[in-house]
Design a protein around this ligand. Structure first.
Ligand SMILES: Cc1ncc(COP(=O)(O)O)c(C=O)c1O
Length: 385
């Protein structure tokens, strides 16, 4: 293991005050490793919100298990816990508590139901690095948790994934998986990622993001750059032979530098999110609603519901406004054939409504107070949902 990797794993463990951390090529690989360590396989069911990224569903399918989708509650976009018990069957092996946009799930209730039913809970913290529930960091409640450091996340290593667990048995299984099954990213992949990170650091600012993203997607389709997803991942029977890959030392080095700035990043995101609250409220728009006595969210992006999502997204590019479209489908991206994933339209009505209405606004370290003002002025020209 490289020096960078060892240090990165140690720093992650220290941040979460947990004894086991792992690193992967992407967040979805971290999920795959956790599910495999938990023994998830043929015929097992995994419950997760029907408001997620399809690449999160694929590891479940790669292992032969069945995704079972649960609807969300409209304020926090997290699973509606009132519906959880009825989704649990004798085949349910795992519940994935996804903390969406940074809002935290109701962990007490989820764990109470899961413990009573003998089901394991893991946490998807890809969108909630640093968020706290009842004062404790999310990621430390379930048997294990996973994170992503892909472009749009709390911090970026280009692409990247991490997992943590306090369960030494699961950790031993994950370590043996890492030692025996994980492929190493190729020299070419790492070199391309290094070049992309350099471009990102130099050119990508809120005004240029939308244009850059379109160009980046085009290059990814052509296979010229390392995209976070291949188009095959949205297909009927996704197969990713090189799926199980470890993190490169390059990513670990970038991650280490980002971890040094973690408190600054958290403070910045909280400050910008409060500014969105204030400016949107002044314009008569709804703002974040969550239970402040239990939740201390660190938002990855600021979600807003508007009636004219498509129009806003189309106009934003030329206006130099950085609007996110996720999730644009119960299983993002919209080109996914939901039927292949066992998702039937109408299954999660609140998630489908959110997919039609929600755009998300930037909070990353390069988005400053001016970005927030411009973004609010832009978005409030449209009709709110
Ligand atoms: C909620 C959620 N979980 C998991 C993932 C997968 O992370 P990665 O792209 O690093 O594989 C994503 C992807 O963006 C996500 O939004």
């Amino acid at each position: 293991m490289s020096d960078n990797m060892q240090k990165y794993r140690q720093k992650l463990s220290a941040f979460f005050d947990i004894n086991n951390s792992f690193t992967f090529w992407k967040g979805r690989v971290a999920l795959y490793a956790i599910l495999k360590a938990l023994g998830v396989g043929d015929g097992d069911e995994v419950i997760l919100p029907g408001y997620t990224c399809v690449v999160e569903v694929n590891p479940i399918r790669y292992l032969g298990a069945k995704p079972v989708f649960i609807d969300i509650e409209p304020d926090t976009f997290n699973m509606n816990v009132d519906l959880l018990e009825e989704k649990i069957t004798p085949n349910t092996k795992v519940i994935i508590a996804q903390h969406t946009y940074g809002y935290v799930c109701d962990m007490d209730r989820i764990l109470e139901i899961a413990n009573r039913k003998g089901v394991t809970v893991i946490e998807d913290c890809c969108l909630a690095f640093g968020s706290r529930y009842k004062g404790k960091l999310v990621g430390t409640f379930g048997k294990a948790a996973f994170f992503s450091s892909q472009w749009n996340k709390f911090y970026t290593t280009g692409i990247g994934g991490m997992a943590i667990t306090s369960d030494d048995d699961i950790a031993a299984k994950m370590q043996s998986l890492q030692d025996s099954e994980m492929l190493k990213p190729s020299f070419k992949e790492v070199a391309m990622l290094a070049a992309q990170l350099a471009v990102y650091r130099t050119f990508i600012y809120p005004r240029t993001t939308a244009l850059a993203q379109n160009f980046f997607r085009y290059l990814t389709k052509k296979g010229i750059v390392i995209g976070s997803s291949k188009s095959e991942e949205y297909a009927a029977a996704p197969a990713e032979p090189d799926f199980v890959k470890s993190m490169s030392s390059l990513q670990a080095g970038v991650g280490l530098r980002q971890l040094k700035k973690v408190e600054q990043n958290i403070a910045h995101r909280k400050k910008m999110a409060s500014l969105y609250d204030q400016l949107l409220r002044e314009k008569g728009w709804p703002v974040r609603t969550y239970d402040e006595s239990i939740a201390d969210p660190v938002m990855v992006r600021y979600p807003v519901r508007i009636a004219e999502k498509d129009k806003a997204l189309a106009t934003a590019v030329n206006a130099g406004i950085e609007l996110g479209n996720w999730f644009d489908s119960p299983l993002h991206q919209v080109e996914t054939d939901l039927a292949n994933y066992g998702y039937t339209p109408g299954m999660c009505p609140q998630a489908e409504k959110a997919a039609r209405e929600v755009v998300n606004l930037p909070l990353h370290p390069r988005a400053n107070a001016k970005t927030v003002r411009r973004t609010v002025n832009f978005i409030t020209q449209f009709n709110k949902a």
